[in-house]
Ligand binder design. Structure first.
Ligand code: HEM
Length: 277
């Protein structure tokens, strides 16, 4: 079965990929967890079929499923946090940006690189949603979560303070190119990134913004961390739309979307790491 680390090009050639899952089993849809088993005696076959039938009728087969697909995406995402980042997190710390934010030693230059690369990613996402190569993307126009314009204001502010705004660097450029490619050929995987980027920013991203502003910017609150209107309501509206779009997906398409979460963390982690450069 495809693993969370399977390259995109191999995601559909399931038989050829070896499982290399790092997530604990409860975070994964059931079929990702089963190992091939030897032939079973008849009684066992009956028992297993009965269990499978019960599972089919039980709407809670996938963690979060009964609350809607966003809850399933959230469940997988939360497991990919470290314990320090979030209490539901389970991932061991392996990268510098996964250390507790309180122990970070950020620099203004690094933070500027992070803002510039983040802007490129939001510009790209917002253009894709605007052009909507798949009609379902149009649901996500003007949600109020857009960040491109607010980041433009922040970069202008840094310029006024005398900073030189760098060009986008490799992590932002690579992620943007990947998003464009995905948006045209793999809408379920694209939606996974859409969800993770906007919702991560509204949660951990805000906390990071606050801490870094304390450390580097004399507590100046950037526009990146301000939304017009009630943020929790804006997020809820987007959750409702995501759930509605995912209702049209098959179970396989949903699983494919969930599998993409790890890539989303990898790309975003590389952009976050710029803060520490
Ligand atoms: C230093 C890095 C990070 C920190 C400190 C952090 C922290 C957090 C925290 C505290 C929450 C809220 C948990 C709760 O609701 O109880 C959260 C939620 C979340 N994070 Fe992160 N996170 C980080 C990186 C990321 C990354 C890289 C992604 C994916 C790109 C991500 C995706 C999410 C998502 C999807 C949620 C759920 C938001 C919601 O339910 O509305 N996070 N994070």
């Amino acid at each position: 079965m495809a693993s969370l680390t399977t390259p995109l090009s191999q995601v559909h050639s399931l038989s050829s990929s070896k499982p290399s899952l790092r997530l604990p089993s409860p975070s994964l849809p059931l079929q990702f967890r089963r190992k091939p088993s030897p032939p079973m005696p008849m009684k066992a076959v009956v028992l297993v079929s009965a269990t499978a039938a019960a599972e089919t009728s039980n709407k809670k087969r996938y963690p979060g499923e009964s609350k809607g697909f966003v809850e399933e995406m959230r469940f997988v995402a939360m497991k990919l946090h470290t314990r320090d980042q979030a209490k539901e997190g389970e991932k061991p710390v392996t990268e510098p940006e996964e250390k507790p934010v309180a122990k970070w030693e950020p620099t203004v230059d690094g933070y500027l690189k992070f803002l510039v690369d983040s802007k490129l990613v939001y510009d790209t996402l917002e253009k894709i949603i605007d052009e909507a190569p798949y009609p379902s993307y149009a649901e996500f126009r003007n949600t109020g979560l857009e960040r491109s314009a607010s980041l433009a204001k922040d970069l202008e502010w840094f310029k006024e303070q005398g900073y030189t705004i760098p060009e986008p660097s490799s992590p932002g450029r690579t992620y943007s190119e990947y998003l464009v490619e995905l948006s045209q050929k793999d809408p379920q995987a694209f939606i996974c990134h859409f969800y993770n980027i906007y919702f991560a920013h509204s949660a951990g991203g805000r906390m990071i913004g606050r801490k870094v502003a304390e450390m580097l910017l004399n507590k100046k609150e950037l526009e990146f961390y301000k939304w017009d209107g009630d943020l929790s309501q804006l997020l809820q509206n987007v959750r409702d739309k995501l759930n509605k779009v995912a209702e049209e997906w098959t179970r396989e398409e949903k699983n494919h979307c969930l599998e993409e979460t790890e890539k989303s963390f990898k790309f975003s982690g590389e952009i976050l790491r710029l803060i520490l450069s």
